[in-house]
Design a binder for this molecule. Structure first.
Ligand code: WT7
Length: 644
């Protein structure tokens, strides 16, 4: 291993930190490891409001866990009401910046009033505890209110990222059996209106369970409203009372389902419940983001991904944070939009992705250097491994070498951050998520479950249940078991490869399955393949990730065609659009390569490993003894040379 530079926290940072010094971190870690029930039980009492106390901390019947059994709780109450009741109603919850430059500062008291009015509107439509609602919205405060109003009433929400297509939206509505869709006319991105309502209309042609659609007015673009089904947000909340009691819910009440890509063509509905999820989101905001009452926090994620759920809505709001939410693109009107926002709101904690950092590096230092970033005191990274060069730039150019960087490893399934430094305790190593959170027993093992030696690559597993862990895959407990718990019984299989160094630091290397990570967004190769083979011209498709300077990985597709005459250039363009239509624009392949045949094993399995090697190294050196027709490889490689 090459020598890495270690960055210990500064004395000033340690002095003020929520967790100060390695001994304090080790003490927390040890307490949690020795008696997890006592540890989490005490935190749950201290940090959450309970309508009824729990009787048992954890009931673990692998692979099913229940946390805080017997307790009654409400996530919305914890994120909003309790702050108002504690006298912080005038504190700003959301500093909203629209892409066109409009802004709103919304206090906790105003949040409570808006959420309650809207929740009463939902009750008036006949919605009730146990129903499911889809949220398909731009990054505006109403997206947060919609989630919180659902949580208030015990309606399980599923947020679908606004970049997903009508097809993808439809599949999620159907899988969830949703009764309600909450959307908007559209949102602003790169100066253009991105319409949402037409995709909802298209999806709903085949979604009989949906009874009502609520449309928030954002862009004021044209929309078609279906009489009896569609309602404007402002008419739903008009005349409603600002008082709406939060429903006391079981600790294990399903708070939300979030769809994510797995290794098949069908996305998995990751189910999270209420109390454990909320607790660990709350505590990690305190431990990892070192949040203080006066901080101005900004996470640039979209609400449609788990980062938006845990580190915009539930974690920070449960902590009573003041946070920025920004609607649009980082390059609109110019590449300094983010830095302008940091300076304008005096942001102190800033959380983003390596992809975004790399894209901004490319635009030059004059963009950040033109703004006063002196309010920043802590930086964060999430979604993929951060390469040391990007880390160093982030540290120096954005953080002026004064701000610790917390590289946070977690997943949609883990619910909250599991591996990350506590910034006032753990010395940083660029590219490493460093050490596990208290209560997280992580290990790097081989396929038999034996720990591998220091600095050797293996599978990252978690040996014990943790409060915010995925509870199930919606409607598919068998897949839940197979996917996460069958490889090493009783231990959670993350699907990531990792190394642990002699200091116990974790270095996550990437996925070991057929899951791509494009710009920190998870995408399944099978999903893209099944979209491609839906096209009438396509016979077969194999999709692999290709290393990409900015997005980490790019989608590269090998396609064989049915008999016929094709203009390959035009068809290539068409197929890229096609995938965009089937999944969403963010999934559009970077490259489509036409080939006469795909490399396969004798039993007919496509050898994606070889294709991956081909697009990564331009040649194939790996074992090809099982390949059916070796000539295919040289043909594919020759095509590559022609294109280069
Ligand atoms: C996968 C989870 C966690 C919210 C965003 C993505 C990769 C995530 C890191 C990191 C290295 C990371 C892993 C993981 N990943 N954070 N700090 N260092 N890899 O959530 O879509 O569920 O994807 O993202 O491969 O398994 P997700």
């Amino acid at each position: 291993m090459t020598e890495v530079h270690v960055y210990p926290p500064s004395e000033e940072f340690v002095k003020l930190a929520n967790v100060s010094g390695m001994d304090a971190y080790r003490k927390l870690y040890r307490e949690a490891a020795e008696d997890p029930d006592a540890f989490w039980g005490a935190l749950a009492k201290e940090h959450l409001h309970w309508h009824q106390p729990f009787e048992q901390v954890c009931d673990w019947q692998p692979p099913f866990a229940q946390w805080f059994v017997g307790g009654k709780i409400n996530a919305c109450y914890n994120c909003v009401d309790r702050h108002v009741l504690a006298g912080h109603g005038e504190k700003v919850a959301l500093l909203f910046e629209g892409e066109p430059g409009d802004h709103r500062a919304i206090t906790y008291a105003e949040t409570l009033a808006s959420v309650s009015r809207f929740a009463n509107g939902l009750l008036a439509l006949g919605l009730k505890q146990g129903d499911r609602a889809i949220v398909y919205m731009p990054m505006i405060p109403e997206a947060v209110f919609a989630m919180l109003a659902c949580a208030r009433l015990g309606i399980t929400h599923s947020v679908v990222f606004g970049g997903f297509s009508a097809e993808a939206l439809k599949a999620r509505i159907q899988d969830l059996g949703a009764k309600l869709v909450i959307t908007a006319d559209g949102g602003w991105r790169r100066g253009k209106e991105i319409k949402l309502k037409p995709a909802v209309d298209e999806a709903l042609l085949e979604c009989p369970t949906v009874e009502n659609v609520i449309v928030c007015e954002r862009t004021k673009g044209d929309v078609t409203m279906l009489h009896g089904r569609d309602h404007w947000w402002h008419t739903i909340e008009a005349g409603q009372s600002e008082h709406c009691p939060a429903v006391p819910l079981d600790s294990e009440h399903p708070l939300f389902v979030l769809y994510t890509s797995g290794t098949t063509g069908k996305p998995k509905g990751i189910l999270h419940s209420t109390a454990g999820y909320l607790l660990q989101c709350t505590k990690t905001v305190n431990w990892v983001f070192d949040l203080k009452p006066n901080d101005v926090y900004w996470c640039t994620a979209d609400i449609g991904w788990v980062t938006g759920h845990s580190y915009i809505v539930y974690g920070p709001m449960s902590m009573g944070a003041t946070q920025v939410i920004y609607e649009g693109a980082p390059d609109t009107p110019n590449f300094d939009r983010w830095w302008q926002i940091v300076a304008k709101y005096r942001v102190t904690i800033f959380y983003t992705s390596p992809t975004a950092i790399r894209a901004l590096i490319r635009q030059g230092d004059h963009w950040p250097n033109g703004h006063d970033l002196s309010s920043l005191r802590l930086l964060g990274s999430v979604g993929e491994p951060i390469n040391p060069a990007a880390w160093e730039w982030y540290h120096k150019t954005i953080g002026k070498s004064l701000c610790p960087i917390v590289d946070t490893w977690w997943q949609t399934e883990t619910g909250s951050i599991l591996i990350a430094p506590m910034p006032g305790a753990v010395p940083l190593k660029p590219g490493s998520g460093t050490l596990p959170m208290p209560g997280v027993i992580a290990e790097v093992v081989d396929l038999k479950g034996n720990p591998v030696a220091d600095n050797h690559e293996g599978y990252l597993v978690i040996n014990r249940p943790w409060p915010s862990m995925v509870r199930n895959i919606w409607g598919d407990p068998e897949r839940f078991h197979d996917q996460y718990w069958s490889k090493l019984p009783g231990r959670y299989f993350t699907g990531d490869a990792a190394r642990r160094d002699a200091d116990g630091y974790f270095w996550v290397l990437g996925r070991v399955d057929d899951v791509l990570n494009v710009s920190g967004h998870r995408l399944s190769t099978m999903e893209v393949e099944s979209a491609l083979v839906h096209h009438p011209a396509v016979a077969e498709a194999a999709v692999v990730g290709k290393p990409h300077e900015i997005t980490g990985q790019a989608v590269c597709c090998f396609v064989t065609l049915k008999k016929g005459d094709y203009d390959q250039e035009a068809l290539g363009k068409e197929l890229r659009q096609w995938v965009g239509h089937e999944i969403g624009a963010f999934a559009r392949p970077e490259e489509i390569r036409f080939t006469d045949a795909l490399p396969k094993t004798r039993s007919g399995k496509i050898m994606r490993r070889l294709l991956r090697e081909l697009v990564t190294n331009n040649t194939v050196a790996g074992d090809v003894t099982t390949l059916e027709d070796l000539s295919i490889l040289s043909t594919l490689a020759a095509q590559q040379d022609d294109e280069a």
